[in-house]
Design a binder for this molecule. Sequence first.
Ligand code: T46
Length: 136
Amino acid sequence: MSVPLVQLVGIPQRGDTRGGLAVAELGGALPFPARRIYWIHGTQPGVSRGFHAHKRLRQLCVCVAGSVRMSLFDGRREESVILDSSATGLLIGPGLWREMHDFSADCVLMVFADAEYDEADYIRDRDQFIRHVHSS
Ligand code: T46
């Protein structure tokens, strides 16, 4: 049986009557030490993002406001998932082409990454990505 491309993890919720509080902790929801955290926000209506893969990078994506549809492709299969809760994170390992579609106007997508930004780790051409996965 093939491994699902979409790997979701639960983010513990520690909110109370005052409001919400979600925790991504190393060894808990976060399976790797985060070396970089960035967030995507204010995406313009109708705009899609991503359209690349990473050779080595691991990431945990948490939609902390609004919603976004994440699409993953391993060179053979494609799966997508809607992220719309800070209680769920999407783990994206290396070797997966990712696209982000249908951003809500209020979407804030927070991403924990296991390495610093390195443009050399990106594959931004889909045909090159397909050649990469079929040769490895
Ligand atoms: C990913 C998806 C989910 C930096 O200078 N440092 C950074 O840490 C990042 C993430 C980006 N940048 C620069 C590179 C580009 O000039 O910011 C610009 C926008 O980046 P990009 O077009 O790659 O953004 P997205 O939204 O298409 O993709 C991002 C991440 O880059 C990527 O790793 O997996 O979010």
